[in-house]
Design a binder for this molecule. Structure first.
Ligand code: PMP
Length: 451
């Protein structure tokens, strides 16, 4: 039986068959058009059907599609590694290619542990993270994730790594105001390190902006400076999970640039292949590699298809496309415009509690009462209902929050391809408005059952 036939009735979801994509739009086999305001899962960063990427794929395929990374390298892989090192902050000069974001964070974790081992410290095996974080679906990545929903089923198999509160300013865990909170949630890292012992901890991992299970939770100015200082003081590496935020999504090559911090290791994925090929990477700084290069000189990273020339050629073409068309530079302007329009919608739809994020990674959190910030009852599954309504209206948005995790308020991500134009943002807003109106009429006008 075909896979979709199996899961379709189980989910009760409408799974259209996509025929083709062009720019920010997807078209199904019945001719219905969808404006892709989630870039798939924040992946199709330059939109669909881009000729330059298709040409690069074909060119590489004509030369060679696969060589095994343990025996050979390729022009595409070497050029890509070089270019990534040039375009990223600090001395992230080492690039370990893998095929998914989960593999990238796992690789980051393993390299962090190995870094200390090569220095003769064998106790540093834990990686701290934050509640609401998502670092991938493999067991190591899930061990580092604070995503209760995705962890639940596998708890006996997972490491019980400690987690701290995220900088969720809209619902501050300490009930403080972001303007003068003293970054108490960042200071929590120091407390946990003291409790467990720095000699047990290899690294702290964080998504610069929490995406999949938080809806663009964005820390206040100064937060990451505090985090970085605590890590440095305690000899703990800082891993930035930029799988969602990297490759221009927030208006910078890496989102860490916004907070002026240099991570020790970075996980990249999603936008790297922009959906044209599966490719991801762990970028590692010189200082982290130093003891490894002086020691065993071997990194236990890589899968059969890692660094395959086909995927590398795609990622290289994506980078060249971003550069040539100055796409990252334009993100900020588009972001301001999009947020302005979303704020106008907020005036009309009181259930929009919070608008947050950076660049073209904007989160909306929905509430029953804006003043009180009361979340909707989880069992209503409003995120899922909204996503389905939007899809019916020809708009794709990304569920982030109660819809998938079950612990937080309902939230979604609006994250269209970075190539979206201003008139296309207007069209996005138009479809969102229609969706919100239907949503209000259908689910929110009848207050009974919601109390
Ligand atoms: N890290 C982050 C921040 C992510 O958002 C995701 C995917 N949503 C992953 C890691 C895992 O990536 P993948 O699905 O490619 O394994």
């Amino acid at each position: 039986m075909h896979q979709t036939n199996l899961i379709k009735p189980l989910l009760g979801a409408n799974y259209p068959v996509i025929d083709y994509g062009k720019g920010i739009y997807l078209y199904d086999n019945e001719g219905k058009e969808y404006l892709d305001a989630s870039s798939g899962a924040i992946t199709a960063n330059i939109g669909h059907g881009v000729k330059e990427i298709i040409d690069a794929m074909l060119e590489q395929a004509k030369r060679v599609s696969f060589v095994y990374r343990s025996q050979f390298t390729s022009d595409a892989a070497e050029k890509l590694a070089q270019k990534i090192a040039e375009l990223t902050i600090g001395d992230l000069n080492w690039c370990f290619f893998v095929n998914s974001g989960s593999e990238a964070t796992e690789t980051a974790m393993k390299i962090a542990i190995q870094h200390w081992q090569e220095k003769g410290i064998h106790t540093k095996q834990k990686v701290l993270s934050r509640w609401m974080s998502y670092h991938g679906i493999t067991l190591g990545a899930l061990s580092m994730s604070g995503h209760t929903g995705r962890r639940a089923r596998f708890i006996p198999l997972l490491e019980d790594f400690p987690v701290i509160h995220p900088p969720y300013c809209y619902r501050c865990p300490y009930n403080l105001e972001a303007s003068n909170c003293g970054h108490v949630c960042a200071q929590e890292l120091d407390t946990v390190i003291k409790r467990i012992g720095a000699n047990q901890i290899a690294a702290f991992i964080a998504e610069p902006i929490i995406g999949a299970s938080g809806g663009a939770i964005t820390p206040p100015k100064g937060y990451y400076k505090v985090i970085k200082e605590i890590c440095e003081k305690n000899d703990i590496l800082f891993i930035a999970d930029e799988v969602m935020t990297g490759f221009g999504r927030t208006g910078a090559m890496l989102a860490c640039e916004h907070w002026d911090i240099e991570p020790d290791i970075v996980a990249l994925g999603k936008g790297m292949g922009a959906g044209y090929a599966p490719i991801a990477a762990a970028l590692v700084s010189e200082r982290v590699m130093k003891p490894i290069l002086a020691g065993s000189k071997i990194v236990m990273s890589g899968h059969t298809l890692s660094a395959n020339p086909q995927s590398c050629a795609v990622a290289l073409a994506v980078l060249e496309y971003l550069e040539k068309n100055e796409i990252i530079k334009e993100v900020d302007k588009k972001s301001v415009y999009l947020i302005e329009k979303l704020e106008k919608l907020q005036d009309n739809f009181p259930f929009i509690g919070d608008i947050r994020g950076k660049g073209l990674m904007i989160g909306l959190e929905f509430v029953k009462d804006r003043e009180e910030k009361t979340p909707f009852p989880r069992e209503l599954q409003l995120t899922q209902k909204l996503i389905q309504l939007a899809q019916n209206c020809g708009l794709l948005i990304y569920p982030a929050g109660a819809g998938i995790d079950g612990i937080n308020g309902d939230s979604v991500l609006i994250a269209p391809p970075l190539t979206i134009t201003i008139p296309e943002i207007d069209e996005l807003i138009k479809r969102l408005q229609v969706t919100f109106q239907l949503f209000s009429n259908k689910y929110l006008s009848v207050r009974e059952g919601m109390e």
